[in-house]
Design a protein around this ligand. Sequence first.
Ligand code: ZN
Length: 161
Amino acid sequence: MTKAQKRTRTNRKPQIEDISDLLSHALALEHEASDRYAELAELMEVHNNIDVAKLFERMAEIEKLHVDQILRMVNQHDVRDLPKKEWKWISPEGPETTNPEDLHYLMKPHHALQLALINEQRAFEYYDQIAKKTTDDATRSLAEELATEEEEHVALVKVWL
Ligand code: ZN
């Protein structure tokens, strides 16, 4: 099994039993999303797709709000040792082409939006699975909240598509 596969597998089968674990995963996920949207926005600007660049800028801002929200929760819950969890976006071709450098091949707005859609859906499923599997009530309700927000992002990207 390659490193990327292993990571995907861990991402797909989350078993999270406390808030601090959930927060550290969520922080990685939202950071990644915000960074990728900022990259996509730049990419679209370079290719003169100003309208789509604006959409991605807005998504980057939305995800950044998530990051801030999670950081506030980190302080609230007095999480000290936030372990670093890796979360990487995947491209429509599948987990083998996980590399963010792949992004520069995506010149058409449609491709970029598809990439966003896949990753928003994946984020939703990720939180949704955590909510379904966890035995911890606080973890469940936060995971449900995060899943709902990702569901809204999925709907947003679908409208743009
Ligand atoms: Zn999202």
